[in-house]
Design a protein around this ligand. Structure first.
Ligand code: PEP
Length: 253
């Protein structure tokens, strides 16, 4: 049985003081849902304060990116060990990084490997754009992102990988995918390539999330699908009531 997983991507929101205020409100509400792996991902500068506040709690902390080199002349970048000092998780290959900051399948793959080498859980995002979707390219794009993102990993490393299917057209738009449609993509274009890369057991045990306009109101529908193990949540993760409802829905899975 795959443990349900809900992660909040705060994107470029919340100073450290605001982030601590958010978790002060959130923590008492979600602390009891032990069936669910719960994670918040603040921006880099808010991570130390939020991580200190969550120390000893069951809620994990992640960053929204990292760089694959361990140290050196990479102005503006953050190394895996620097993330590991405060975090257990890292989001890699978010569509906003792919679209706005030149992230490629190759850089995603380097980052996933570096995250795993540092002992982090990598939440690797994949998903097609609206144009790709309308051109019937969803399978080609998503399965390629899975294959290339996970290229060269050993099977055992997959225990520390979570894949998030985030159709780009559903992120921040209020236009979520249908639960059945998301499940079909995850089953056929994510789990199948994982089986081809590794084996069927890994394909069935790797956790796969849906992300894209998940709210307290629609989360249950997604989590009732057999191949959806949780959610990567953007906008609603900044609203304690909504995020709590999503965690509560995941706990019923
Ligand atoms: C995201 O940023 O990963 C995301 C899914 O955003 P939203 O929930 O706001 O669509």
């Amino acid at each position: 049985m795959r443990k349900p997983f809900v992660a909040g991507n705060w994107k470029m929101n919340k100073t450290s003081a605001q982030g601590v205020a958010l978790v002060n409100e959130l923590l008492p509400a979600i602390i009891g849902y032990d069936r669910v792996e719960r994670v918040v991902c603040p921006s880099y500068l808010a991570v130390p304060a939020v991580s200190a506040r969550l120390q000893g709690s069951p809620v994990g902390v992640g960053t929204q990116d990292l760089y694959w080199e361990t140290s050196g002349a990479y102005t503006g970048e953050v190394a895996p060990d620097m993330v590991k000092e405060f975090c257990q998780y890292v989001i890699i290959g978010h569509s906003e990084r792919r679209a706005k900051f030149g992230e490629t399948d190759e850089s995603v793959n380097k980052k996933v490997k570096a995250a795993l080498a540092a002992g982090l859980v990598a939440i690797m995002c994949v998903g097609e754009t609206l144009e790709e979707n309308e051109a019937g390219q969803t399978e080609a794009v998503v399965s390629r992102q899975v294959r290339e993102g996970l290229n060269g990993l050993v099977t055992a490393a997959m225990e520390n990988v979570v894949i998030a299917y985030e159709p780009v057209w559903a992120i921040g738009t209020g236009r979520a995918a249908s639960a059945e449609g998301a499940n079909a993509v995850i089953k056929d274009f994510i789990r199948k390539p994982v089986a081809a890369l590794f084996d069927e057991k890994t394909a069935q045990s790797v956790r796969v999330l849906y992300g894209g306009s998940v709210t307290g109101a629609n989360a249950r529908e997604f989590f009732s699908q057999p191949d959806i193990d949780g959610a990567l949540v953007g906008g609603a993760s900044l609203k304690p009531v909504d995020f709590t409802a999503i965690v509560a829905a995941a706990a019923e899975r």
